[in-house]
Design a protein around this ligand. Structure first.
Ligand code: ATR
Length: 267
């Protein structure tokens, strides 16, 4: 089950149910979306215990607030300060974070993060997972955020630097740029968080937004010759890791990517 508010456009049900079908465990598992208001979070968690629901995916705005209702938090999720996955082990609810895996695996397929200069745009929940992942990979991180104070707090926690969006010219010298702001998210598809003149052909540019499939930010980076990674890759990899926590099984990546891509392109 995925909980959020709003949650209606989540692609998690599509992905998990398709995985159950492919692995022929759809007689045992079913995955649904549930709109849970923040004020009802505690009641919801009690319901999970009462009904013995196996696993929960958490999205906006529950990733932080849900933590206080759980029995245990995995060490990584604790460091990130957010939970996107809850597993029910015989009534014991444990929180995990697979978002950072969704950031790191797509990079791992094309480059090493070690000693790379990374510009991270944003300082919210998604940015926290990205910061954890790239610093763990050995990158040198600078965090840019509209609200500089939030960038400073995050930077301090991960040994990174913080900047405001008024000081972006150094981004041109960075190896990797990651957008973890909500700028460019559907329906604001003509917005981008960054001036296109800051992209170069030497860079790898990753947007964690997966709707639209290719944001203005990614289109402009591509035009400047940068290598791009679509947000779909993050969604896919965090979901594959979550699927394994729920079922103990590996879901076929290529098949899952095709199913998600078809849906995103038809939206
Ligand atoms: P998520 O969990 O998806 O990361 P969030 O915690 O609400 O969501 O964080 C949203 C991020 O997008 C923040 O970094 C936010 O900047 P502020 O901290 O200044 O609010 C950023 N953001 C949202 N709208 C923005 C805009 N119009 N311009 C620049 N940054 C924006």
């Amino acid at each position: 089950m995925v909980i959020g508010d709003p949650v209606e456009h989540s692609l998690s049900p599509l992905m998990h149910n398709a995985g159950y079908k492919v692995l022929r465990i759809d007689d045992k598992y079913v995955y649904v979306a549930c709109n849970v208001k923040t004020g009802k979070l505690e009641d919801f968690i009690n319901g999970v215990r009462a009904m013995g629901i196996r696993g929960i995916s958490c999205t906006i705005p529950h990733k932080i607030k849900v933590m206080k209702y759980l029995d245990e938090i995995d060490e990584t999720a604790n460091k990130i300060g957010a939970v996107n996955t809850i597993v029910n082990e015989n009534g014991m609810l444990k929180g995990y974070n697979t978002d950072w895996i969704g950031i790191v695996i797509p990079f791992r397929k094309i480059t090493s993060l070690k000693n790379k200069k990374v510009a991270l745009l944003g300082a919210g929940g998604a940015a926290r997972a990205a910061a954890y992942g790239v610093v763990k990979g050995g990158a040198k991180l600078t965090i840019y955020n509209r609200t500089i104070e939030k960038a400073q707090v995050l930077a301090k926690g991960f040994g990174a630097s913080a900047c405001s969006f008024e000081e972006t010219k150094d981004i041109k010298t960075m190896d990797i740029i990651i957008n973890a702001t909500s700028t460019g998210l559907n329906p604001n598809i003509f917005d981008s968080p960054l001036d296109k003149e800051l992209f170069t052909e030497k860079q790898i540019v990753f947007d964690i937004i997966y709707s639209p499939y290719e944001t203005k930010f990614l289109k402009e980076a591509k035009q400047k010759g940068a290598k791009i990674i679509h947000g779909l890759e993050m969604f896919l990899q965090q979901g594959i890791a979550q699927f394994k926590l729920f079922t103990g099984l590996d879901v076929p990546e290529v098949q899952m990517r095709n199913i998600l891509l078809k849906q995103i392109l038809s939206d």
